[in-house]
Design a protein around this ligand. Structure first.
Ligand code: HPA
Length: 264
């Protein structure tokens, strides 16, 4: 690409971007046409954006943890990631997140569409409204951290693909990269959380600040600390591929629905 930050020359009203995390460092169904190294006012995103098509529909992909999965959750440049996707034309972002499960209904290998979240992270660059001298402070509304219309379309895509969605639920976002202690998980359960991941924030809030629709397909890969009986890493190894296969089938159907109005 010739200019440093070219946008896609023609993109539909709603260009869909997928941010893949642990277990999805690439999007196997995406037929990649080009790779776009972006610069943003906040630095570089985790990796070049993969631009391609799935089922004839254009789409973007970004590996959240970078090429080779080397960036830990607290070091991800979330601001650059969302900014780059928006600048490349994305109007909706589907975030894929491997999570530990607390809710009984969310066994390893199942997928869910969280409806709300609690942020337990700290020290991350978490806003674009950061006191620039010429900008007014903006208190973004996060009543719906996951865009209801996009969640609805993902749910319908999953149904069409014959994939069961386990439920909705509340996502706890922990700091990582370590896993939680059992007492931390007990507290999260008391707080009303159903699952825990490490990357959901500030991603959701930044998408809202940019006016980009955002939803998460959460993949249960283990029972959270103190809940299951086995070793967490063994559980992850055994379930992650099963869950990600459901994600791939759902995404293929979602993109096959074609572009929709961003407000839809
Ligand atoms: N906790 C936090 N993040 C995770 C987990 C977990 O148990 N499993 C996968 N991502």
């Amino acid at each position: 690409m010739s200019s440093p930050n070219p946008t896609l020359t023609s993109h539909p009203a709603t260009l869909t971007a997928v941010i893949g995390g642990t277990g999805m460092n690439q999007w196997p169904g995406l037929e990649i046409h080009s790779s776009l190294a972006m610069q943003t006012p906040y630095g570089e995103p985790s990796a070049p954006l993969a631009i391609g098509q799935i089922g004839g529909h254009p789409a973007l992909f970004l590996a959240r943890h970078g090429e080779g999965h080397k960036i830990p959750p607290h070091r991800i440049n979330y601001r650059a990631n969302l900014w780059a996707l928006r600048e490349a034309g994305a109007r909706e972002v589907v975030a894929i997140a491997a999570v530990g499960a607390m809710a009984e209904w969310f066994a390893p290998g199942e997928i869910a569409l969280p409806a709300d979240l609690i942020d337990y992270t700290w020290g991350r660059e978490h806003t674009y409204s950061d006191g620039a001298p010429d900008a007014e402070v903006h208190h973004v509304e996060l009543t719906h951290p996951y865009t209801p219309a996009l969640r609805g379309r993902i749910a319908s895509a999953a149904r069409q693909a014959g994939v069961r969605i386990g439920g909705a639920g509340v996502m706890a976002v922990s700091q990582g990269p370590r896993l939680e202690t059992p007492a931390e998980i007990t507290r999260m359960c008391r707080d009303g959380c159903d699952m825990v991941g490490m990357t959901g924030m500030p991603e959701a809030a930044l998408a809202a600040e940019l006016g980009v629709s955002y939803a998460c397909i959460a993949v249960s890969v283990n029972w959270a600390a103190g809940i299951g009986s086995g070793g967490i890493h063994d559980e992850i190894r055994q379930s992650i591929e099963r869950g990600m296969a459901k994600v791939q089938a759902t995404l293929a159907r979602l993109l096959a629905q074609g572009p929709v109005d961003a407000t839809g």
